[in-house]
Design a protein around this ligand. Structure first.
Ligand code: SF4
Ligand code: SF4
Ligand code: FES
Length: 318
């Protein structure tokens, strides 16, 4: 009996001892976990405070420096010959197009830099210039980040008014020769009073022609125009001439063709297709000139329109 009681007592004391140890170890583990998580929280907080104190260090973006070389000439200082001025532009600080870079240079580096721009979306044709050797529109040309400098000249073979501003007087004056409007003799007194019909099929013939924005990129990339610009009309003007000749509503195509039938106006085109290659609107003036030549040579004729709108008869008080 004594032995059994004694045994029971020792068993109880053994298990109470184990239980106490277990509790102690559990307790100490949870305290350790608490300690560790507190440490992690504190480190995170410190890091957050540091980030708030120095936000730039965290989000710092490395500068993307692009060298830009721009043609400069100022008529007010004729003793200074034209030269190329170099600018270092951080592309992170300006827009993505060449026109944005020029605007940034004008705002931040040199307010005397001159260039034309208006719509900044490839509609007005003002910002035509030679960018890295290609005549194109600055507002729709993306800047390629490169170790090579971005080189910008005015349109080649133009008289320069100042910096990147070319004299387009001769080019724009030549459009007058081709009469950029609908010609319907007998319709003049009735303009705006009625619709002149055109079938969808006839309308589609003007696609690829009417989109021309008269920027001059094609004309100033055309070698015959460089040498004979005063007599040869050049691709932009001839594309427009073809557009009005092909318009099914126009009634003066014979008169228009007669105006172009001379040694220089059309036939100086050597079908080199520089014009088509450079057009920023993706048009094909070279093909239009080839079609014009066929019309002039009588190899093809203007098709009869699908829908005719008879000229008004003043006797019937139409
Ligand atoms: S054909 Fe193209 S490059 Fe030539 S003036 Fe028109 S839009 Fe400009
Ligand atoms: S195809 Fe004719 S218009 Fe076009 S660049 Fe060549 S020569 Fe000039
Ligand atoms: S600004 Fe108008 S076409 Fe470039």
């Amino acid at each position: 009996m004594y032995t059994a009681v004694n045994r029971n007592a020792s068993t109880i004391s053994f298990w109470s001892y184990r239980l106490a140890r277990l509790c102690r170890s559990r307790l100490s583990t949870s305290v350790d976990i608490k300690k560790t998580s507190t440490n992690v929280d504190t480190a995170q907080e410190l890091a957050n405070i540091e980030a708030c104190k120095n936000p730039r260090k965290e989000n710092e973006v490395l500068p993307r420096i692009q060298i830009v070389r721009v043609y400069r000439w100022n008529p007010e200082r004729p003793q200074v010959r034209p030269y190329m001025q170099q600018f270092s532009v951080d592309l992170n600080k300006c827009g993505t197009m060449v026109l944005d870079v020029l605007t940034f240079i004008k705002a931040q580096h040199d307010p005397t830099l001159s260039f034309r721009r208006s719509c900044r979306e490839g509609i007005c044709g003002c910002c035509a210039m030679n960018i890295d050797g290609i005549n194109t529109l600055a507002c729709i040309t993306k800047v390629k980040e490169s170790p090579q400098p971005l080189v910008i000249y005015p349109l080649p073979h133009t008289y320069v008014i100042r910096d990147l501003v070319p004299d387009m007087e001769q080019f724009l004056g030549q459009f007058q020769k081709i009469d950029l409007y609908l010609k319907r003799s007998g319709e003049d007194d009735y303009l705006g009073m009625r619709q002149i019909l055109q079938s969808p099929k006839d309308r589609r013939k003007l696609d690829g022609l009417y989109e021309c924005i008269m920027c001059g990129c094609c004309t100033y990339s055309c070698p015959p125009y460089w040498w004979l610009g005063d007599k040869y009309l050049g691709p932009a003007v001839l594309l427009q001439a073809y557009r009005w000749i092909m318009d099914s509503r126009d009634m003066a195509h014979k008169e228009r063709l007669a105006k172009l039938r001379d040694f220089y106006s059309v036939y100086r085109c050597q079908t080199i297709f520089n014009c088509t290659k450079t057009c920023p609107k993706g048009l094909n003036p070279g093909k239009a000139i080839a079609e014009l030549k066929r019309l002039l040579a009588g190899l093809t004729n203007k098709r009869k329109s699908d829908l005719d709108t008879a000229l008004p008869n003043p006797c019937r008080k139409e």
